[in-house]
Design a protein around this ligand. Structure first.
Ligand code: C2O
Ligand code: CU
Ligand code: CU
Length: 478
């Protein structure tokens, strides 16, 4: 299997293919010296940390970017060529921002995971026309977390995010040193943005969803980390924190380490877990974030590997059959590691209080047949689907009628009550804003931020082709 251009080739070498060649036993997953020539270092986005009174300025623009060893091709980027600088803010500050639209078409910029009033949420009702600048203030009042931002114009979200418009936001509370969590950005605290692409013969990304892609979501056959194929990160020989964001349009990633060492999840979408949860593998759906700790104190390198998606069944038309190396980690023993021990307690998480839930709602997600939408209805910008009570909680039952859907809610966080009839896994027991609903799930949603009927919050499937085709609804909070 060799790609049309050189840079696609390495990431398309699957482990199963290598195993068939008898190479696995010789440890080909370990970075070999031969690979070090021309290896791509993991791109670490610039860190933007607006000071008090400073305006956070972002420009959505056209760019040119090389996804690997190939030549630069046309892309989209936020204040850069592809993806965005990482924005780090404090958990209790007001952040003034300006978002300029220089892409030549209507867009918006949604702050995914921020618990803020709907007027600044950046959904389809916050349209930014070509040439315009959107300026307002984000009142950040929530626990430390890894969130992100991406366009949300109705019908074009998939194409614009795929083009490169997405970035990570870190909400920090200054307590990580005390907790014993790695927190030096770019050293032992790394943004890991996972995506996939299809490339044409010239090496340019292709986005042309056909009938099957519209049904199942648009997946690429080349996997990317921070916008490049198969990069290498040199890390201190201690604990390293990976802030993993699935920024793909439709693909679930099923992560593990090549030598099968375990790792720990310390945070989910909405912030820290009660304590580190040990994992052998992690399934992460589009829109989800997990903060992971990996122990490199033994100095041994390892690769981050993507295994086939267990949730996808036979459905994935473009699903790779084997495992793929996403990136390599090379510990550098001469670099002093800050964190050499696994931290203990991280946060207090109360049991979800279901007794005081104010309402029960059912959402049926359907991608097949004529009724792509939720409860049989496609999204309508002028239809309010319901109103939730400010300050209350509700139990939402979500049913995936045909295939797994990553369900997301704006302006509110939730706790998982059940997933396919089971209690949530420990690493999914904290606050979240995306849940991969394989068949059936129940969540307890908390509404702390107002939304008028004219500027409602969204709930939708985060497979962007489903969202763009109307698997989305909107609600007010009053
Ligand atoms: Cu990440 Cu409504 O989206
Ligand atoms: Cu969102
Ligand atoms: Cu979906």
């Amino acid at each position: 299997m060799s790609g049309p251009v050189d840079f696609t080739r390495r990431s398309m070498l699957t482990l199963s293919g290598l195993a068939a060649a008898g190479a696995l036993a010789q440890g080909v997953l370990r970075p070999s010296p031969a690979r070090s020539v021309g290896d791509t270092a993991l791109p670490v986005p610039q860190l933007l940390e607006p000071r008090k009174g400073e305006i956070l300025k972002l420009a959505l623009r056209k760019g040119r970017h090389s996804f690997g060893a190939g030549k630069a091709v046309p892309t989209l980027g936020i204040s850069g060529e592809y993806l965005s600088p990482v924005v780090r803010v404090r958990c209790d500050e007001d952040v003034a921002f300006e978002v300029r639209n220089q892409i030549g078409e209507v867009t918006s910029l949604h702050w995914h995971g921020l618990e803020i009033p709907s007027t600044v949420d950046g959904g389809p009702h916050n349209e930014i026309r070509p040439g315009d600048t959107w300026a307002d203030t984000l009142p950040i009042r929530q626990p430390a977390a890894t969130t992100w931002f991406h366009p949300h114009p109705h019908g074009a979200t998939g194409r614009q995010v795929y083009g490169g418009l997405a970035g990570m936001m870190i909400i920090a509370d200054g307590g990580d040193r005390e907790r014993g969590l790695p927190s030096t950005y770019g050293v032992d605290d790394l943004p890991i943005i996972l995506q996939d692409k299809r490339f044409d013969r010239t090496g340019a990304p292709v986005y042309n969803p056909g009938m099957m892609d519209r049904m199942h979501g648009f997946q690429g056959d080349v996997l990317l980390v921070n916008g490049v194929t198969d990069p290498v990160a040199t890390v201190p020989a201690g604990f390293v924190r990976l802030r993993v964001l699935n920024g793909a349009n439709a693909r679930n990633f099923n992560l593990r380490l090549s030598d099968r060492r375990t790792f720990w999840s310390v945070a989910g979408d909405g912030g820290l877990l009660a304590k580190p949860i040990e994992l052998a593998s992690l399934l992460i759906a589009p829109g989800e974030r997990y903060e992971l700790l990996v122990d490199f104190s033994n100095g041994r390198p390892a690769s981050l590997v993507n295994d086939p998606d267990p949730a996808h069944g036979d459905m994935g038309m473009t699903q790779q059959s084997g495992s793929t190396r996403l990136m390599d980690f090379r510990p550098n023993a001469s670099r002093k590691a800050d964190i050499l021990r696994l931290p203990g307690a991280l946060a207090t998480l109360a049991e979800p209080d279901v007794k005081h839930a104010a309402a029960w709602r059912t959402f049926r997600l359907n991608a097949m047949g004529r009724n792509m939408g939720i409860n049989g209805k496609p999204y309508d910008m002028d239809r309010l689907d319901f109103t939730a009570k400010l300050g209350a909680t509700e139990i939402w039952e979500i049913i995936s009628a045909d295939m797994p859907h990553p369900f997301h809610v704006h302006g509110a966080s939730f706790r998982i009550l059940s997933s396919n009839g089971e209690r949530p896994a420990a690493h999914q027991a904290g606050w979240k804003d995306v849940i991969l609903v394989e068949e059936h799930a129940e969540i307890l949603v908390r509404f702390n931020h107002p939304a008028s009927a004219h500027h409602p919050f969204m709930y939708h499937c985060h497979i962007l082709e489903h969202e763009d085709q109307g698997m989305m609804g909107q609600f007010a909070v009053a």
